[in-house]
Design a binder for this molecule. Structure first.
Ligand SMILES: Cc1cc2nc3c(=O)[nH]c(=O)nc-3n(C[C@H](O)[C@H](O)[C@H](O)COP(=O)(O)OP(=O)(O)OC[C@H]3O[C@@H](n4cnc5c(N)ncnc54)[C@H](O)[C@@H]3O)c2cc1C
Ligand SMILES: NC(=O)c1ccc[n+]([C@@H]2O[C@H](COP(=O)([O-])OP(=O)(O)OC[C@H]3O[C@@H](n4cnc5c(N)ncnc54)[C@H](OP(=O)(O)O)[C@@H]3O)[C@@H](O)[C@H]2O)c1
Length: 539
């Protein structure tokens, strides 16, 4: 069901002119939004800059790019099951006095290890893995003014490093560094009188011959508006399956999550591997592991009743690609109590399989630890933000926080072409915050939101797909155009038309492209399997 923009004569009024904006996160969504302060081709950016808005971009890593940056290091496996979205990614550090600066000097042979551990818990490594490539055509993964044209599906797929390079080049072109605070994590965001307060923590290290000094700067800054662009692949989701905690206590090394997957070789010598989840991560990783393990089981659940035909096709594609190398099984009923050295898992159909390693490819929670007071169970139904793994609450157009639309959560939708869609969201935010479009009144947004929640399951509320996504983009474009006309600013802003015909033609070939991508992978995996078999024979 689309997000209708309610026809209203009452509008939400900006409570103050938006002059200062905090953007949290320098991934594809934060970067695209943040170009607002640079001299670039985006009308959104020029308008914000020309209006004198000051943007500060907070990024906990030392670079832009978000999930696309490959890191060999892995995040720690969370306590399983990991249930509270606000707890899994990181624990906000709110005990110290804000503002303040603390310095700690580390010496001796453990110094590097101690400092690395602090750095890893400050900015945990992301989900990129050695063989990760894009799974939607690269011509759909670009921002305005920096296209990635390629005609044939054979040319659409690149390794993660190419996407990271694209994002870094984009950031350099638009001088993102001039407004970025890298190595700076946001610990808390809260409403204050006339705006938003942001508590942040900057982590810096300096080394000399015999010591390393860690300097932590705790800062507090106020803004007129805040954009959360922190992505939704930071907090690994693991289901609450009976027996899981006992397995983690007994065999911590046998359990992992897709967030920490780096390469199939890490499963060399395993007999039976169970991958829970057959989405993009599960199906990709199971195929990589199947080169090195004797048996790989992958769980698949029945489709949701309100999965769109498009969603069903995509889910089926990811399952089908497993057929030649893995065994599809129903999902897990319980982990049988550890006994001896062999782990046993009972499946929903009553069958029991022996398993010596389990990889949870069960997705990620939407998680905003810095908005902890707004997370589920902390506040009322109409103000809380995160409901479950799949649902961010109280958003208009999946973007504006309805109780106070000077807060935006950018990048929430799934099954979309992230880069281009997030850029459209950025245009929308900029126009609203520049008084070039007005949102409907809060009661009208609440009514539209209630209608949508009533019509779509929590699982699918942010899931779009190749029909719904362009439709929403067209609706946003036409609404922004009509608002510009109504407010008499159409001469100052670009007329928007939604995705181009060329873009849509590539989008229509997404599933065909996946087939081409998989065929290339099949050849690579078959070669790796042969090489591994030859190594085993020689050993
Ligand atoms: C394994 C994987 C593969 C994917 N493949 C594709 C694909 O092929 N095509 C596609 O279109 N999409 C793909 N996606 C979706 C992907 O999420 C988007 O492409 C896009 O890169 C997301 O950008 P983002 O900015 O929303 O989030 P992210 O890339 O996650 O960036 C968020 C940034 O916020 C920072 N951050 C988080 N919390 C804080 C804080 N408290 N303070 C400061 N900084 C913070 C993080 O360090 C990070 O840099 C994939 C996702 C995953 C996980
Ligand atoms: N470029 C690439 O090749 C690539 C690789 C990996 C990931 N990605 C992207 O990263 C994002 C996340 O993908 P993801 O695969 O990690 O997560 P995901 O898309 O959320 O998929 C999670 C999978 O786990 C299953 N699952 C969830 N909870 C479960 C439970 N309690 N019991 C059993 N199964 C459960 C889901 O089943 P249901 O479908 O039944 O809910 C689904 O198969 C997506 O945007 C994806 O496109 C891209």
């Amino acid at each position: 069901m689309p997000h209708p923009v309610p026809i209203e004569t009452q509008y939400w009024e900006l409570p103050r002119p938006i002059r200062t904006v905090a953007v949290i996160g320098a991934g594809a969504s934060g970067v695209s939004h943040k170009v607002s302060s640079a001299d670039c081709q985006l009308p959104i950016a020029r308008r914000l800059r020309d209006a004198g808005k000051q943007v500060r971009l907070y990024e906990r890593n030392s670079y832009p790019g978000g999930i696309w940056k490959y890191q060999e290091a892995k995040a720690a496996t969370p306590q399983l099951p990991a249930l509270d979205p606000s707890q899994v990614d990181y624990q906000p550090d709110l005990d110290p006095v804000y503002p303040s600066v603390s310095k700690t000097v580390f010496r001796g042979q453990d110094a590097d290890a101690q400092v690395n551990a602090m750095a890893m818990s400050f900015a945990p490594p992301g989900p990129s893995y050695v063989t990760l490539k894009n799974n939607i055509p690269s011509p759909l993964m670009c921002f305005q003014g920096m296209s990635r044209d390629a005609e044939k599906p054979e040319e659409w797929y690149y390794p993660h490093s190419a996407h990271q390079a694209y994002l870094e080049a984009y950031a350099a072109l638009h001088d993102i560094d001039s407004v970025a605070s890298y190595n700076t994590r946001v610990e808390k965001v809260d409403e204050v009188e006339n705006g938003w307060r942001v508590w942040s923590k900057t982590f810096n290290t300096t080394r000399d011959a015999d010591s390393t000094t860690v300097t932590i700067t705790y800062s507090v800054d106020d803004y007129d508006a805040v954009v959360c662009a922190t992505g939704h692949h930071n907090a690994p989701a693991t289901p609450d399956i009976p027996g899981l905690a006992e397995w983690q206590a007994q065999w911590p090394d046998r359990l992992s999550h897709a967030l920490t997957f780096r390469r199939g070789e890490d499963w060399k010598g395993c007999r039976n591997v169970l991958v829970v989840g057959s989405g993009p991560s599960g199906s990709d990783m199971a195929r990589e592991i199947s080169v090195y393990a004797d048996n790989v089981y992958v769980t698949a659940r029945p489709f949701e009743t309100d999965d769109s035909p498009d969603t069903k096709i995509v889910k089926a594609v990811f399952r089908d690609r497993l057929a030649s190398t893995c065994t599809i099984v129903p999902t897990v009923k319980r982990f049988l109590p550890p006994c001896g050295s062999v782990g046993k898992v009972e499946m929903l159909d009553g069958s029991v399989i022996e398993v010596d390693s389990v990889l949870f490819a069960t997705g990620y929670y939407h998680s905003y630890p810095f908005l902890r007071d707004y997370q589920a169970r902390r506040t009322s139904e109409s103000t809380k933000i995160v409901q479950s793994q799949y649902t961010v609450l109280n958003l208009h157009q999946d973007l504006f926080y309805i109780p106070d639309p000077t807060l935006c959560l950018l990048g929430v939708p799934a099954n979309i072409s992230a880069f281009s869609f997030f850029e459209y969201q950025g245009i929308e935010v900029t126009r609203v915050w520049s008084n070039q479009a007005q949102l409907p009144s809060i009661p009208a947004m609440q009514r539209a939101y209630a209608a949508r929640r009533g019509a779509v399951s929590d699982r699918n509320i942010h899931v779009y797909g190749k029909v719904e996504e362009p439709k929403l983009v067209r609706e946003i474009a036409s609404w922004l155009n009509s608002e510009a006309k109504r407010l008499g600013v159409q001469g100052q802003v670009e007329q928007l038309s939604g995705y181009s015909d060329e873009y849509m033609a590539v989008k229509a070939r997404t599933v065909e492209g996946l087939g081409v991508r998989d065929a290339a992978d099949d050849v690579r995996l078959a070669k790796a399997k042969q090489a591994f078999a030859a190594d085993l024979a020689a050993a």
